[in-house]
Design a protein around this ligand. Structure first.
Ligand code: PMH
Length: 389
């Protein structure tokens, strides 16, 4: 029988599950005893893979999962995740029954939603609901105390709805100046003070606040970026209470190596012209994988050396200038470690004038995820096909 590889192009992202495990464990130890931890695995686990990250986070002590949309929650259920899941974004009231039947908690932030959900509801078990308060983010959430109180009363009056949690989200917890953060926290406390009783879960801290502020922990925190080993902001890099271990790396291999002459051009637009005889390597990754054209000129690692991407990045390939002739099949690292040299997610973010969050989310699903534990491959996820493995 022919044994197939799980993917047939030598470009892959490696996800270090031990690092995710350690980051969650460290956060669990860092927060107050008894505080629940939500592992935020929306957007395919910030590009790392929803299922493997969720499983690892739960093993490391996470109590609850959070995603952005109902589809993401259902996807986790279909993959066998039984832990509680909260949808942080908007869910259609018509889909309340579906959420309840999958035992997925949803976020509610206006009364009209509840009215319509009640009309449509025929779930076999009650729907768990968290109320979202807008204390300054200006995104989703109730802003007024009276409105909150009224919504909470309505929720409590319906036996099909279980008022399980209340939360808000910080806009600036990752900034060294804390004025706006403090205003939001005060606003949240003020809103809570209007309720006769609090639900089981009160939560407002993202990674930044969980790492920095004990007074915002209430009885649960929501850990996203730091679970993946990335700092919530560059400002926070020097004040982290424990080291975060980066878990995402990106690799490919040389598929063509050639010597071009002085004056020869490389790639679309013929914008790169060799100044002398140069060794050019072609790597099979391009903008369709999320390695976008703005990364032209950025450095990748070959044999522990930083080498530049030359010429325009194509849809599926790009070219690099090698210091000398290298064999086809030589490993090229775009993010992560290669022979003692390291390019971090933050380095890529800096080049792209963006944040680390965006970088790992950008690497598309054409790039298979290879999961590592104790240095060994434990799972390969390639959503393109199932010829395995
Ligand atoms: N809670 C909510 C409601 C969120 O939107 C996010 C991240 C988190 C928790 C986790 O935050 P952390 O990754 O900083 O720990 N949401 C987003 C977002 O909407 N854009 O970037 C991050």
């Amino acid at each position: 029988m022919v044994k197939h590889a799980a993917y047939f192009r030598d470009t892959w992202a490696e996800i270090n599950l031990d690092h995710i495990f350690e980051n969650v464990k460290n956060m669990k130890q860092h927060i107050k005893g008894g505080t629940k931890l939500f592992a935020v695995v929306k957007a395919n686990g910030y590009g790392h893979g929803d299922y493997q990250v969720a499983k690892t986070a739960l093993e490391a002590g996470a109590d609850y999962l959070a995603v952005a949309f109902l589809d993401e929650a259902i996807a986790l259920r279909e993959k066998g995740i039984e832990a509680p899941i909260l949808v942080l974004g908007a869910t259609r009231p018509e889909d309340a029954t579906l959420a309840a039947n999958f035992n997925i908690a949803v976020t509610v932030f206006h009364e009209e939603w509840l009215k319509r959900a009640v009309e449509h509801f025929y779930g076999e078990q009650p729907l768990k609901v968290h109320i979202k308060c807008d204390t300054g983010m200006g995104r989703l959430g109730i802003r007024e105390k009276d409105e909150l109180r009224h919504l909470a009363d309505q929720l409590l009056a319906h036996e099909n709805f279980l008022f399980e949690g209340i939360y808000t989200h910080f806009a600036t917890a990752d900034e060294l100046t804390t004025t706006f953060y403090e205003q939001q926290l005060e606003r949240f406390k003020e809103l809570l003070s209007g309720l006769d009783s609090l639900p089981e879960l009160v939560h407002c801290s993202n990674s930044a606040a969980s790492l920095r502020f004990e007074d915002a922990q209430f009885n649960a925190v929501r850990m996203g970026i730091s679970m993946y080993g990335l700092t919530p902001s560059q400002e926070m890099k020097d004040i982290l209470p424990f080291p975060l271990k980066e878990s995402f790396s990106l690799h490919t291999k040389l598929v063509h190596v050639k010597e071009i002459k002085a004056g020869d051009a490389v790639s679309y637009g013929a914008t790169y012209i060799a100044k002398e005889n140069e060794w050019i390597g072609t790597i099979p990754i391009g903008y369709a994988d999320g390695w976008i054209r703005k990364l032209q000129g950025f450095k990748v690692i070959v044999d522990g050396k930083l080498v530049p991407i030359v010429g325009r990045i194509c849809m599926d390939q790009c070219m690099i200038k090698l210091p000398s002739k290298y064999p086809i099949g030589e490993k090229v690292t775009l993010i992560g470690e290669n022979n003692g040299m390291f390019v971090s997610v933050d380095d890529v973010a800096e080049k792209l004038e963006t944040i680390n969050y965006e970088v790992t989310c950008m690497i598309g699903n054409r790039v298979p995820r290879v999961y590592k534990k104790d240095g060994k491959t434990v799972f390969i996820h390639n959503p393109l096909h199932s010829l395995i493995k």
